[in-house]
Design a protein around this ligand. Structure first.
Ligand code: ATP
Length: 225
């Protein structure tokens, strides 16, 4: 991405990616197509504010993402951004968005999160300002339903009103939150790490990531127990 790319519609997909999995990729592709984004940035966090210390180092997590994206036929649109490496820790998303705007101009940024992250959003640093800068795209996860999501949003800004037909909330300052309930991906990094530590090769682990994990002996992987 360059400063001259202004006025692009760009998806921001932040996370720990400890490790990246096929769910992350499927979700990214779904949002890319459904929301007609020009590109989508995977943004690994050196130190996520609301999770414990990651298991793998930032270096390894970024390298696993890089290996995965290099293998993708749509790698022109699915890109890796290491911008949070240059910012202060913990890695607050508002700081990342402000840094992107400063560097690359206003564009149209949308932030992509799973429903579990929306429940956590009221505790995010400067959440109201974040929602004024980006539109939010929330992807269904686990059994989390609309009432819980509605409650979380309203605790940030009580003016959010849900338009059931559009599956979208509208806030009074122009903020929008879109809920995508048509995709469900029952996979998580933690279950993948658990499988690896038991010597099993997880079905939802991209092949390039498994090769990397094997080479660097990550997550307690051992081939013959
Ligand atoms: P962990 O199991 O350690 O909690 P994770 O699978 O949630 O990890 P993260 O890197 O923390 O992976 O997730 C980054 C973002 O992707 C978060 O917003 C999370 O909600 C979302 N996400 C990850 N996996 C899914 C999934 N299967 N369905 C929907 N959203 C997901």
């Amino acid at each position: 991405m360059t400063a001259s790319d202004e006025n692009q519609h760009i998806g921001l997909f932040g996370g720990t990616f400890d490790t990246v999995h096929e769910g992350h990729l499927a979700l990214a592709r779904h949002v890319l197509a459904r929301c007609r984004l020009d590109s989508l940035l995977f943004i690994p966090a050196p130190q996520p504010p609301h999770k414990g210390q990651p298991i793998a180092s930032f270096f390894h997590r970024a390298a696993m993402l890089e290996a995965t994206l290099a293998d993708c036929p749509d790698r022109q649109q699915l890109q890796l951004s290491l911008i949070e490496q240059e910012l202060s820790t913990p890695s607050y998303t508002i700081n990342t968005v402000e840094a992107l705007i400063e560097r690359y101009g206003r564009n149209r940024y949308c932030l992509i999160i799973g429903a579990d992250s929306l429940l956590d959003l009221p505790h995010w640093h400067r959440a109201t300002e974040l929602l004024a800068l980006v539109s939010l795209i929330v992807v269904k996860r686990d059994t989390i339903g609309l009432p819980a999501l509605h409650q979380a949003l309203n605790s940030i800004d009580p003016s959010f009103v849900l338009n059931q037909l559009q599956g979208k909330w509208f806030g009074k300052n122009g903020s929008t939150v879109e809920y995508l309930a048509d995709v469900q991906l029952p996979v998580s990094s933690s279950t993948i790490r658990a499988e690896l530590s038991q010597g099993r090769i997880p079905a939802m682990l991209p092949p390039a990531v498994f090769t990397y994990i094997e080479k660097h002996n990550l997550y307690g992987w051992r081939s013959s127990p």
